[in-house]
Design a protein around this ligand. Sequence first.
Ligand code: ZN
Length: 247
Amino acid sequence: MLPIFFLIFILGASFGSFFSLFYRRRERGEDFILKKSYCESCNRKLKFFDLVPIFSYIKNRGTCKYCGSKIPRDLLYFEIIYGLIFLLNLSLYGLTINFIIRSLEISLLFLISYTDLKTGYIYTMDNIFLFILEIVFQIINKINIFASLKFGLIFFGIFLLIHLLTRAMGFGDVELSLVGGFFARDFFSLLRIFTSSFTLAACFGLILIFFRKKSLKESLPFGPFLALGILIEIVLGENLWRFYTFI
Ligand SMILES: [Zn+2]
């Protein structure tokens, strides 16, 4: 059993490597699919052994082995977190198609959160990919897509109203809310996503104000909290609920 967990962690970490590259290249407006991996400082092409996730980073102490310049930290964050995401889904779903879809979905949720935290922007493209993955998940698991779509639209309406009335929330958040609502299976599930994301945002905001990192007037990127709300619903809502009805 242990080798499987190790392999899946490495697989997830490799995905993290790819996604962190994707994230940085997109921010710089570079070709993010076709261009080979290279050092962003000295432009040396990287060989296979320079690309082993986490291990390469630690071995070279976070620097490029050719020119010694610092490798962006987000590479390591992505690798570790994606490894953990894949492990989490392996323990929830086993080696099934659900494991693959959920891993990709949560990977995208992390990408969306990270981009929102760093740049204050949520890409429509990421929301669309997340939406498509969830449609596939629901078809495979014979979930009523139209019911889910109803919850998506309810969420969309609420967030659109907040966006129009307060202007504190960007339209990227409104788009993400449509996808977030689509993850709900019933009203309670929708309510859980709503309350958990707003509670987390409020707590986090209060902590930041308390430590004087932010003032009351500054806005907080909401994407990461919505993403956390969806994650909690996927992990706790869906799986614990199934567990409770089972016992
Ligand atoms: Zn270099």
